[in-house]
Design a binder for this molecule. Structure first.
Ligand SMILES: *Cc1c(COP(=O)(O)O)cnc(C)c1O
Length: 238
């Protein structure tokens, strides 16, 4: 099987899983979009994905993301930055990303604003940068490495409004390892209800990966981020 055939077959399986989960949740077909996570895989795989109709791709490390976005410029892809973000890299990420999903502290906002404003002035896409606030679903994660603590979410959301080149688009979360994802995502759904009361336009909910996309679609995810189920195990590649 060629790499293209392999990716095409896996993509079909994942699209069918999403469709089945939509039906099971009583959601309309096509309600949930797919971001294919291409981390550790080469730009040639990104080209295959684009050719197979994928428009949204995700990366979690700045240097790799920047290189792949440059290598595939012209393919009309939307780049989602989904990884931990250092504030000294944030301006550079805003230079190529279309969506930054992992905003977890206010300190990132000024460099993201600066990076996006520079890109807009440089004649790039004339739209603000979409940001998602990554929320922590892990009560045991005392220093909140996996996202903003629920009690700090409202303040962080308000801070985004002070940045004209940023648009608050919604929330992102990862289910903690070792917990039933349905239980973790139920907490996410509740947090989102409260959040939407204050920010009704910020409806994006990024949740669900290869192993738990069904549970995420069930609680209202608007897009899922799927890597290994489409591109294969990362361990064997690298
Ligand atoms: C790697 C990654 C994914 C994709 O995970 P898979 O299990 O390979 O589907 C999704 N979200 C984030 C934040 C990731 O880092």
């Amino acid at each position: 099987m060629s790499r293209r055939e392999e990716i095409s077959a896996n993509l079909g399986v994942v699209r069918e899983r999403i469709a089945a989960a939509e039906r099971a949740a009583g959601r309309p077909e096509g309600d949930v979009s797919l971001v294919v996570v291409t981390k550790y895989f080469p730009a040639t795989d990104v080209e295959i994905l684009a050719d197979l109709g994928v428009r949204d791709v995700g990366e979690n490390r700045h240097q790799e993301a920047e290189a792949k976005a440059a290598a595939t410029a012209g393919l009309d892809l939307r780049w989602h930055y989904i990884g931990g973000l250092q504030s000294n890299k944030a301006a550079a990420v805003a230079g190529y990303a279309d969506v930054v999903e992992s905003v977890d502290r206010a300190k990132l906002l000024a460099p993201l604003e600066r990076g996006r404003a520079a890109r807009l002035e440089g004649g790039g896409q004339a739209s603000p940068l979409d940001v998602l606030l990554q929320v922590s679903l892990d009560a045991a994660d005392a220093d909140h490495r996996a996202g903003v603590a629920p009690e700090q979410l409202a303040g962080l959301a308000e801070a985004v409004a002070d940045h004209p080149s940023l648009r608050l688009a919604g929330l992102m979360a990862v289910a903690p390892l070792g917990e039933d994802p349905a239980v973790a995502f139920a907490r996410l759904a509740e947090m989102r209800d409260g959040f939407l009361r204050d920010h009704p336009q910020a409806r994006t909910l990024s949740a669900g990966m290869s192993g738990d996309l069904e549970e995420a679609v069930a609680i209202g995810a608007t897009h899922v981020r799927v890597g290994s189920a489409i591109l294969g195990g990362r361990e064997v590649i690298k």
